[in-house]
Design a protein around this ligand. Structure first.
Ligand SMILES: *Cc1c(COP(=O)(O)O)cnc(C)c1O
Length: 359
């Protein structure tokens, strides 16, 4: 049986568009959507999403009434959160759906294990009073993309203990969940009742270089392609320094092209002299520093027309670089590459399953 899926669409759908990513995930059968902030959850509701939706980073200063009235499952990290949600439910005359997060070793959000017994006891009392309903208990992995990290095993064990304590207290949550993309793929035992899948739903390998990835059996195809138009093309002489601080100097005469996208668009500045783009059927190296709005590329001796299409990253199917290639070139992860893209870029959503879709 397929494990139910929560598509994680936080951070503007990992840079792909919150509402569009949410809509595509629902069409693809996602039972749940997951977001970090209250604003993200409310934006999905404002756009018409009516399905199950979990938010997990609600600020102490943020009122919960609007979230609860919008039928959003909210996450409690502390007893103070529980009281706040119960009070909001009371004011509204409705029963908030609350999920409890246990910190099993990430040391980020969630109840510490030491607090957990008190937390579930209070949650159970509030539930018995009809002040809240505990719909879920969950946690988050620290190193799921590294199957050899003993933290995975240890976190699963702590999660099982936390679930047992909650069950002893009388809680019967609808969903217990632990795994993100890499956890869901690499640790089937960690799937429980629901998996929270972010990066893999955008077609990006969550564990590059691990376990036979890029997962040919899954057929992950990156959803995002970043294109630009070549702003100009020109010859430079041997000895010419390129871009700020001349971190690259032409050893021989060459043709360079100007790509109108820079770090203001979220192009990693650290990719200067390292990344490649795709122009006219070939990979072309980035030369020199990435500027605020421009990148210079080396076209060698090829004659390329200004106005030609530049693919910064895409599916990789034709040989073009991928977000993962950019991540490796800039010392980061593909998550950061795709979530940062923006600035003056225009976003267009294409349904590639539609016949004749323009890819
Ligand atoms: C971002 C996030 C996810 C999704 O992680 P991926 O590695 O992108 O699948 C799942 N759960 C939580 C709590 C998150 O913050």
């Amino acid at each position: 049986m397929r494990t139910p899926l929560m598509a994680v669409v936080k951070a503007d759908g990992y840079g792909h568009g919150l509402v569009e990513a949410g809509r595509a995930a629902r069409e693809g059968g996602a039972e749940w959507l997951g977001v970090a902030s209250a604003d993200e959850a409310l934006a999905l509701r404002a756009a018409g999403d009516t399905g199950r939706l979990l938010a997990w980073l609600i600020m102490p200063s943020e009122p919960a009434e609007e979230l609860i009235a919008a039928d959003i499952d909210v996450t409690a990290y502390t007893i103070a959160d529980l009281e706040k949600f119960a009070a909001a439910g009371d004011a509204l005359g409705s029963i908030p759906r609350v999920q409890l997060k246990i910190d099993t070793g990430l040391s980020r959000g969630g109840s510490s294990f030491a607090e957990w017994t008190n937390m579930v006891a209070r949650a159970r009392i509030l539930e018995a009073e009809g002040a809240i309903r505990v719909t879920g208990i969950w946690s988050h992995f620290a190193s799921s993309e590294d199957p050899d990290d003993p933290a995975n095993e240890s976190q699963e064990k702590v999660f099982a203990e936390a679930l047992a304590i909650a069950a002893d207290a009388g809680l019967r949550p609808e969903v217990r969940h632990l795994a993100n993309s890499a956890g869901a793929l690499l640790r089937p035992g960690a799937r429980f009742d629901l998996v929270r899948v972010g990066i893999a739903t955008y077609g990006i390998d969550p564990a590059p270089g691990v376990g036979g990835s890029p997962w040919p059996e899954l057929g992950l195809v990156p959803a995002m392609t970043v294109r630009a138009e070549l702003a100009m093309v020109k010859q430079i002489e041997a000895g010419a320094g390129v871009s700020y601080n001349h971190t690259w100097v032409a050893e021989e005469p060459t043709t360079v092209g100007v790509v109108p996208a820079g770090y203001a668009e979220g192009i990693q500045r650290s990719a200067g002299n390292r990344a490649e783009v795709w122009v006219d059927g070939a990979r072309r190296p980035v030369r020199g520093t990435v500027c605020m709005d421009q990148v210079v590329i080396d076209l060698g001796s090829d004659e390329v027309e200004p106005g030609s299409e530049v693919v910064l990253w895409g599916t990789g199917a034709d040989g073009e670089p991928t977000a993962q290639d950019w991540a490796e070139a800039s010392g980061t992860i593909a998550y950061e590459v795709v979530t940062r893209i923006g600035g003056r870029m225009k976003r267009r959503h294409v349904d590639t399953e539609q016949e004749g879709a323009d890819r």
